[in-house]
Design a protein around this ligand. Sequence first.
Ligand SMILES: Cc1cc2nc3c(=O)[nH]c(=O)nc-3n(C[C@H](O)[C@H](O)[C@H](O)COP(=O)(O)O)c2cc1C
Length: 367
Amino acid sequence: MLTPGDPARLEAVIGVTAPVLQSGMGGVAGPELVAAVSNAGGLGILAALNLRPDAVRSAISKVRQLTERPFGVNIWLHDDVRTPPDVMEHSDLVRSVQSVLNELRPRFDLPATLEAPRPMPDLVDAALEVMIEERIPVFSAGLGIPEPELVDRFHEAGTRVVTMVATEADATSAVAQGSDVVIAQGLEAGGHRSHGRKLPAAEAVGTGTFTLIPQVVEAIDDRVPVVAAGGIVDGRGLAAATMLGAAGVLMGTRFVATTESQASQLWKDRLISGRGTTVLTDGFTGQWARVLRSEFTSHWAEHGGMPLPGLLQAAARADLQRAAVAADDDQMQPLYAGAGFDLLHDLPGAGDVVNSVVEEARQLLGR
Ligand SMILES: Cc1cc2nc3c(=O)[nH]c(=O)nc-3n(C[C@H](O)[C@H](O)[C@H](O)COP(=O)(O)O)c2cc1C
C-alpha cells in the first residue's frame, strides 16, 4: 500500500527544510541560483559537467560564500562521457553528420566542413576528485549510477549521494549500490534522459512521471526517499507527487526561468511565452534530450539518422551553436524544456519559487 511521501525523510538525509531540489543544469545553475534555492531551504545543485577541476573548485567555493545551507554538485556518469569515445574511430559517421549540419550552416554564413570535431576532454573523474576533496554536502549523479566504490568514497567524505534514474530497474540498482536518495525522472523532464548509456529511440522515451513515481516507491520498498522529477513546475505538482509517495520534487525548467538562472533572456522568454511544444532529440548533443521543437529538431528528425557518440555531436555542432547564440536565434540552439513549460508565466526569484511551491502544496494537502 502506498502512503504519501514524507518530506521529513528528505530533511533527515540531505538537510533540506523545503522538499524542493533544483537540478544541476549546465550553463544555467551557477552559484547564485544554487545559493538562492539553498537559502530558501531547498537544495540548490551546481552543474559540473564539462567544467575543468579548478572551475568546479571555484564554483563550490563561491556557493560556500553565498550560503551556509546544504547544496549539491551534479555530474553525468554516462559511459561515453566518463570515458569519451575516440573521434578517429567514427570517421564515416563524422562525414554523414557534418553533411546534415552543412545544410544548416549557410543560415549563419558558416563554411561547410567534413572535419572531425575536436576530441572531448576527459573531465568527469577529475571533477569527482574535487567534489570528494571539498567534502561537498550532496553529490548528484545523472545519466548513470554511481558504483559502490564511488559511493563509499563520498560517504567517507561525509557526502550524501542522490542519483537520478528513469526506470524502476535503475532505481533498484542505485539503492543496491548505496545511493541515499533516488530521483525518479519521468518522460516529461526537460534536458537529457537519465540513462547511463545511449538507448534506442523507442526505449529512451521512458515512463510518465506520475506512473514512474509509485513504481519506484514500491520497487525500493521505503529503503531511501524518492524524489519526483519531470514536468513539475508548481505546488500542484509537489502535492500530487507527495500523494504518490515522493518525499519531494526536483525541478529543472521552472528554475531556468528565474532571475538567478544563467540562461539567456531568449530562452527564458520562450519558456514563459507558452509558444511551441517539446520534443525528444539526439541531434544537439548525441544523447536524448527534451527541448523546445525548432527548425533544427525538425531538420534532424527528417535528415539526421545516427548522431556521433558521447558528446561528440555537440562538438561537431560547436560553430553552429556559437553562431546561433550570437545571433539570438531560437531555432538552431537547444532550448531545453520540460513538458510543463507552458504553465510558466513569470520570471520570479528562485527563493520565491521554493516558497510558493511549498506553500501551495501545503494548502492543497491541508498540512
Ligand atoms: C536546462 C536543463 C539542463 C539540465 N542539465 C542537467 C545536468 O547537467 N545534469 C542532470 O543530471 N540533469 C540535468 N537536467 C535534467 C534534470 O535533472 C531533470 O530531470 C529535469 O529538469 C526535470 O524536469 P523539468 O525540467 O520538467 O523540471 C537538465 C534539465 C534542464 C531543463
